[in-house]
Design a protein around this ligand. Structure first.
Ligand code: FAD
Ligand code: EPU
Length: 333
């Protein structure tokens, strides 16, 4: 029996019947699982809500190492162990003056989980820089690799999350193509621009962008070391443009992001949840964060089941008020 309390950012106190620390692919070759529900892969536990003890073997990714496998004047290709901490990898890239992931600073979790929901923030998605994903097919007991075109990357989605393959591939390493020397920074997200302007930085480098992102995140996201959470609990819904126009009429204004076609838009779920009155509201040991309604928090000693019930109530209220069904971003275990 092993406690998982320190291995999930909600800080839920549940146990794993057996916990395996996986430090190389060799550690996986002893298993002969036939079905995806016979084992469970754990990274940094920052995108999951554990609602009960885990009775199946838990395989915790601790495969480490960063290797530069190609380097030219303009770019470097680096292969990173899936168990490496994501933000530490970003800091390493910055220290080498390698650009492309500075907007993804301070996202919790492991490198191995980054392709799974195609982590994204402040105008950048990890799919923009991934050149290969190395995995172990747990059901067919063989090493496989995926080129970006095979990963089906989309907003908070990939083949690794699909109903057909979720849990089948243990991600061992991820390869990234990062740029050197000439950096085209992405400051499309308004608040980044504002911070840089306030600091009087007109031609920001990748370190400046990373620092701005860190400041924004620290101002509105709870630190899991202090307040348990798993980041955005729901995905931002993609709705028909006319649905957004109707809400806009009723509420004066609703923020939205374009999604690359004229028919649909993405609405921030945090706005919908705030309009249902949940912002900063506490319900028992759980509730919604005071600066970001999309984040459900553990005020201390909440059970996974209590948080899950609260999340379902939040989802129902959005459905009742706006007719929009929010999808969980967090994995419910
Ligand atoms: P885990 O939570 O351990 O696992 C998530 C899922 O992936 C599970 O289904 C697990 O079985 C599977 N999995 C994990 N590792 C592997 C592997 N090696 N191979 C196969 N399957 C695996 N996400 C964003 O996209 N953008 C953000 O801005 C963002 N901000 C956040 C802020 C906070 C404060 C928090 C707590 C979370 C935030 N997240 C964000 C969510 C989270 O950080 C990411 O989803 C992250 O990639 C999860 O990594 P992890 O290692 O903790 O995965
Ligand atoms: N908003 C509100 N009230 C709230 C929260 C948000 O009105 O309580 C509105 C505001 O208009 C705000 C807008 O929503 O301007 C967008 O908010 P924010 O910039 O915080 O981004 P988000 O859409 O809520 C998404 C990601 C985050 C990511 C940020 C920055 C999803 C589900 N979430 O949040 O990712 O860090 O953008 O790019 O796409 C995560 O996945 O865990 C996560 C934190």
């Amino acid at each position: 029996m092993a406690s998982l309390k320190d291995f999930n950012t909600f800080g839920i106190d549940v146990n794993a019947r057996v916990l395996h620390h996986i430090t190389s692919v060799e550690d996986l070759k002893i298993f002969t699982f036939k079905k995806r529900d016979e084992f469970f892969i754990l990274g940094g536990g920052s995108n999951m809500l554990l609602t009960k003890d885990v009775e199946i073997p838990v395989l915790k990714n601790e495969i480490c190492g960063i290797t530069t496998i190609e380097s030219s004047e303009h770019q470097a290709v680096v292969k990173v162990g899936g168990g490496e901490n994501w933000h530490q990898f970003v800091l390493w890239a910055l220290s080498q003056n390698l650009g492309g992931i500075e907007n993804l600073s301070l996202i919790p979790g492991t490198v191995g989980a980054s392709p799974i929901q195609n982590i994204g923030a402040y105008g950048v998605e990890v799919a923009d820089v991934i050149s290969k994903v190395y995995a172990y097919d747990m059901l067919n007991q063989k090493e496989v690799s995926f080129r970006p075109g095979e990963c089906n990357f989309a907003y908070r989605d990939s083949i690794f999350k699909s109903s057909e393959h979720k849990g089948q591939f243990f991600i061992l390493y991820v390869e990234f193509k990062l740029h050197k020397a000439i950096h085209e920074v992405n400051v499309s997200y308004g608040p980044i621009k504002n911070i840089l302007q306030e600091k009087g930085i007109s031609t920001p480098n990748i370190q400046d962008v990373s620092q701005a992102v860190i400041e924004i995140r620290q101002s509105k996201l709870p630190d899991p070391a202090v307040t348990g959470n798993s980041g955005s609990f729901f995905k931002n819904p993609i709705v028909l443009k006319k649905v957004q126009e109707k809400i806009d009429e009723d509420y004066d204004y609703v923020p939205f992001y374009p999604v690359g076609n004229d028919t649909h838009v993405k609405i921030p779920a945090g706005w919908l949840i705030e309009k249902c009155g949940w912002k900063g509201k506490r319900v028992g040991n759980t509730g919604n964060y005071k600066y970001q309604s999309l984040i459900i928090v553990n005020h201390g000693n909440a059970t996974g089941a209590e948080i899950y019930d609260h999340a379902k109530n939040v989802r129902q209220s959005v459905k009742d008020k706006f007719g929009i069904t929010l999808e969980f971003e967090v994995n419910i275990i």
